[in-house]
Design a protein around this ligand. Structure first.
Ligand code: 16G
Ligand code: MG
Length: 539
């Protein structure tokens, strides 16, 4: 009897002894050990779509900010959210089946357990970033999709957020919540039109340089620029590091991760004091801003800064359009948020802050509980989302004055400007530009809102990261026993000291974060905590 599922698995056997995990952002590792995973993800995508009554699910082939030789794959839910957690475990188990027969048995077993009718349609949307291995891995994925009898549409190269956008558009087409036209042009039209409206008559103060990490964001931004019409908006964008013809240049000495980790501009950067710059990561779902101050010193405006800027703008807009008593705004951060940013949101903006574990899905879920949830990781991942009732309130509100009407229009345009499916570097930087233009701020005024506490991030290589278990949104270790007590003791010795250690979700390491009143103290505290971690399980 023919068994297409087993046949597809046979065509792409896994390397011996490799164990895969669906981590915070899907499977991610060296591209040359991923073929078998892609085929199996194809099977899972088909099962997931069938489980959801044939709604479209997405598959994105990318390893984001990782080096060029890596690749990865993640699944996207119908509204553009990250894969549901119980299906992460199913995906992991599928990826680790070794023989073709075991793959086929597990496929049947998931269908049975989840009560999935395998004769029903499955719909999958696929895209990839510009990595050299992408085309081969796409082939492996398609073999899985075909074996499972799924209908699929391949969008070729897209940024991760564009893929999320497509998935949400397909699933909301012909409904009152229609998200947009599910084409690349539809994406550019939606966001550029919203940008123009949100800017109103305001003009940006000087141009913006965008570093695209030599990734897929480069060609996509060049396309978007055609829709932004600089003569209308006044936003001059210089695109740098957009070389996708040389895939080995991806994320090398450029991009959001480089800038955030090294706290410096890419070496190729040629901008002068006060010039606004931002960097995207390899799949354009992260963005950080930076500039050189009058003394030519590099200044970073990271995800925390974007969150505070956006939250303060929405706070103003909600108030000035007369909606303050109906709509409450909240900010969602992770433990990596600088203590000064948290303080600023709570004390100056007077907005509540929620802290969640690292990983977009946790922030997104927490933000979904708020009327307007602004969520950002310090590394530049984030967006703002609006609850259903908030959207309705904003849509139906009858302004009581011309000024309320004007602000309401801007608020409505901002809703369209934000990619609510997921953090989107392109839409995020357009939003930042809108806010800066409205406030008539340059980067210096933005930076002056608060002063970051000096901080230090260290990485400790460990033999088994799974022994490091945390609670309280990753701020406290529960295992190995006694380690948290030692960390607490160190922290107490430092002025404004705060530190935590958590296992990375993407590599075999424990990350240590520390902040304190001075740079020297932050460094010292980080080193001390790293030593404690090393003693507890270091390599
Ligand atoms: C992944 C996450 C990112 C998180 C990072 C932490 C998504 C889409 N991406 O890249 O949000 O900041 O992992 O890495 O969720 P770490 O666990 O190695 O520190
Ligand atoms: Mg990314």
């Amino acid at each position: 009897m023919s068994n297409p599922v087993a046949d597809a698995a046979r065509k792409h056997p896994p390397p011996e002894g490799h164990v895969y995990t669906y981590g915070t952002a899907g499977f991610r590792t060296k591209a040359d050990v991923l073929d078998s995973v892609l085929t199996r993800v194809g099977l899972i995508a088909a099962l997931r779509s069938r489980k959801l009554g044939g709604r479209y699910v997405g598959v994105m082939i990318t390893a984001s900010h990782n080096p060029p030789q890596d690749n990865g794959v993640k699944l996207v839910e119908p509204m553009g959210d990250m894969l549901e957690e119980s299906w992460e475990a199913i995906s992991t188990e599928m990826a680790n089946q070794t023989s073709p027969e075991a793959v086929s048995e597990y496929y049947q077993c998931v269908a049975e357990e989840q009560k999935i009718d395998l004769s029903k349609p499955a719909n999958v949307i696929v895209a990839r970033d510009t990595r050299a291995s992408g085309a081969r891995l796409l082939g492996c994925l398609v073999d899985g999709l075909k074996a499972a009898g799924a209908e699929y549409r391949d969008f070729g190269f897209l940024t991760t957020p564009q893929l999320h956008y497509m998935v949400r558009c397909f699933n909301t087409a012909d409904t009152p919540d229609a998200y947009g036209v599910p084409t690349e042009a539809g994406y550019y039209e939606k966001f550029s039109a919203a940008f123009k409206k949100a800017m109103g008559s305001n003009k940006p103060n000087g141009g913006l340089t965008v570093d695209c990490a030599n990734g897929v964001g480069g060609p996509k931004l060049n396309e978007l620029i055609k829709y932004l019409h600089v003569t209308e908006t006044g936003l001059e964008i210089s695109v740098v590091n957009d070389n996708v013809v040389k895939p080995e240049a991806l994320n090398v000495d450029c991009g959001a991760d480089y800038v955030k980790t090294n706290q410096r501009a890419p070496p190729t950067s040629k901008t002068g004091p006060g010039d606004r710059c931002c960097s995207l990561d390899g799949d354009a779902d992260r963005v950080v801003y930076y500039f050189k101050d009058d003394q030519n010193v590099f200044r970073l405006l990271d995800g925390d800064r974007i969150a505070t800027l956006v939250a303060s703008f929405f706070g103003d807009l909600v108030r000035t359009s007369g909606l303050a008593d109906q709509i409450k705004i909240g900010v969602v951060q992770t433990a990596y948020a600088n203590g000064a940013a948290t303080d600023y949101v709570e004390k100056n903006l007077r907005l509540p802050v929620t802290c969640t574990p690292t990983g977009v899905k946790y922030l997104h879920h927490a933000a979904q509980k708020l009327d307007i949830g602004v969520y950002f990781e310090a590394n530049g991942h984030g967006t703002a989302i609006f609850s259903h009732s908030t959207l309705n309130a904003i849509k139906n509100y009858k302004p009581k004055s011309p000024s309320e009407a004007e602000n309401l229009e801007i608020l409505r345009a901002c809703i369209d400007l934000i990619n609510q499916a997921v953090g989107d570097a392109l839409s995020d930087f357009l939003l930042v530009e809108v806010v800066l233009a409205h406030k008539r701020w340059g980067p210096q005024e933005w930076l002056a809102t608060y002063t970051d506490l000096p901080n230090r991030l260290l990485k400790v290589l460990v033999s088994d990261r799974t022994i490091f278990k945390t609670t309280d949104a990753e701020r406290k270790l529960t295992s190995p026993e006694g380690v948290q007590g030692q960390i607490d003791k160190e922290v107490q010795k430092f002025r404004q000291g705060r530190s935590f250690a958590r296992a990375s979700g993407t590599e075999d390491a424990v990350r240590v974060y520390a902040e304190a009143a001075t740079k020297a103290e932050a460094e010292d505290l980080a080193r001390k905590v790293a030593e404690i971690v090393k003693a507890a399980g270091g390599k």
